[in-house]
Design a protein around this ligand. Structure first.
Ligand code: 5AD
Ligand code: SF4
Length: 468
């Protein structure tokens, strides 16, 4: 009989991808994914440690799971409970001291060893803790991917880990050293996903533009070259990548943005702060003006490029002037969307030890509010700037209203339109008729090459000019 596997995923898209891969690895052992933890034979919490309270959330979830585990035992069954991901990597055996009902704790670099760990946990009496960074690559040892893309848009992991050691960040400790998957493996997975109907591929990596994969001829490819090869894969119409670092935006990648129509004009490029003093304390190794120049070059290559970013307010020692510099950078660049966070000290990172320079909580709150107000205004202006233009929308989901489909614009906005369901999985011209804070409404312009509405397409680059 099939065993039920429930995986709860926290955090980034890398974790979403990893959860799929864990399901792949466990499938040969008879585990089948289910949507709820009740009655499951195995529950895996795939955790995130990037910001505060992540560990506490995991412990309270483990408390709820304990009740389900007892219910299962009353019925004579066994529920194996596992903590995976970055909290597992950071906390290790500590998790079992605080939550003794946990059977397995294992870090992101060990997923290929899951079958062995499961066997040990099910047979043995004690728990299994595995937070090693094995010398072998899990990518080489995991079974061939079997997961089907979830709709026409699929993730493809090409790079993992980070060697940059920003002073606030746990990733170099939880995900380990930077590693790129070989080109051959990436292209093979891209072809497999395209054969299964994926139209859009999003390349994933903690530092995806640091990609330096080994090619079959022993040369090393950067992300620009990889994207050029992926654009040739039959069926692939759209390419994206996330998340990148300004220092790795090299000439070839910038040129690829100008050359590849399949490469979507939207980049998530975290800058964190607009103050050179704070950027130096964060160990970002670039200045605010370096960032401005990169954006200028990207926009010169691809005039309609839209940008997203991450910001941290209240980094230790951040003054009013430093924060004003961040607001100035935001105003100068103009973002289509962005994420902003209050700094939270992560145990073991250098910034957590910057004693006496921590910014008071109420000051962090007011700076976050001011920054978000500015970013929201830019997002609204960007969305409104698209009204009246025609955009190619990839319909990837059925909407809530009858007859409605949902899709994504080139700039990652959600777009809803009345459209026949046979357009699911297709890129369709849609005239944008309305803008909301987080989505756009539109009307289908052409179906199967035939115009259904009289319209004049907007000139390229219009929205970039309009929203400044
Ligand atoms: N505090 C607040 N935000 C953080 N991030 C990473 N570490 C911290 C921290 N200690 C944010 C950064 C990063 C995003 C994924 O999370 O902005 O780009
Ligand atoms: Fe963390 Fe910096 Fe690496 Fe990004 S580049 S994962 S913020 S250490």
């Amino acid at each position: 009989m099939k065993k039920k596997l429930f995986i709860k995923t926290y955090g980034c898209q890398m974790n979403v991808y990893d959860s799929g891969r864990m399901a792949d690895v466990l499938a040969p052992l008879g585990y089948e994914p289910v949507d709820a933890p009740e009655g499951a034979d195995m529950v895996i919490l795939n955790t995130c440690h990037i910001r505060e309270k992540a560990a506490e959330k995991v412990y309270s979830e483990l408390g709820r799971i304990r009740t389900l585990q007892k219910d299962k035992a009353t019925e004579g069954g066994r529920m194996v409970v596992a903590v995976a991901g970055c909290v597992a990597q950071a906390e290790g055996a500590e998790i079992m001291l605080r939550a003794p009902h946990v059977d397995m704790v294992f870090g992101p670099q060990t997923y290929h060893q899951l079958p062995e760990m499961v066997t040990r946990a099910v047979r043995g009496t004690g728990g299994v803790v595995n937070i090693d960074f094995p010398v072998e690559s899990k990518f080489d040892l995991m079974p061939e991917e079997t997961a089907k893309p979830n709709g026409p848009s699929a993730f493809l992991s090409v790079q993992e880990g980070c060697d940059k050691f920003c002073t606030f960040c746990v990733v170099p400790y939880t995900r380990g050293a930077e590693f790129s998957r070989p080109v051959g493996q990436v292209l093979a997975e891209a072809r497999r996903l395209a054969d299964l109907g994926a139209v859009e591929l999003t390349l994933l990596g903690q530092n995806v533009n640091a990609y330096h994969g080994e090619a079959p001829d022993d040369s090393t490819w950067g992300l620009g070259r990889l994207l050029r090869a992926l654009a040739e894969v039959p069926g692939v119409k759209r390419l994206r990548y996330t998340t990148s670092h300004p220092r790795d935006m090299d000439d070839d990648l910038i040129a690829a943005h100008g050359e590849l129509p399949a490469l979507m004009p939207f980049i998530h490029l975290p800058v964190q702060s607009g103050s050179d003093r704070i950027l130096a304390a964060m160990n970002r190794k670039h200045t605010a003006d370096d960032y401005r120049r990169i954006i200028d070059r990207l926009r010169a290559a691809r005039p309609d490029l839209a940008l997203s970013s991450d910001f941290i307010v209240g980094f230790p020692g951040e003054s009013d002037q430093d924060f004003a510099d961040t607001l100035r950078l935001v105003t100068d660049v103009g973002f289509a969307q962005a994420y902003s966070f209050k700094y939270s000290a992560r145990p073991g990172t250098p910034a957590a030890g910057m004693d006496g320079r921590q910014v008071p909580e109420d000051m962090k709150d007011s700076r976050l509010q001011a920054l978000q107000q500015l970013l929201n205004a830019q997002q609204v202006a960007f969305n409104e700037g698209l009204v009246g233009t025609v955009q190619p929308i990839l319909f990837d989901r059925v909407g809530k209203k009858p007859g409605q489909l949902l899709g994504r614009s080139p700039f990652m906005q959600s777009v809803h339109a009345i459209a026949p369901s046979r357009l699911l999985g297709q890129v369709v011209d849609v005239r944008i008729t309305g803008a909301h804070a987080n989505s756009l409404g539109g009307e289908v312009v052409t179906v199967d090459g035939l115009s259904v509405i009289e319209t004049t397409p907007a000139p390229a680059g219009r929205q970039a000019e309009e929203r400044v």
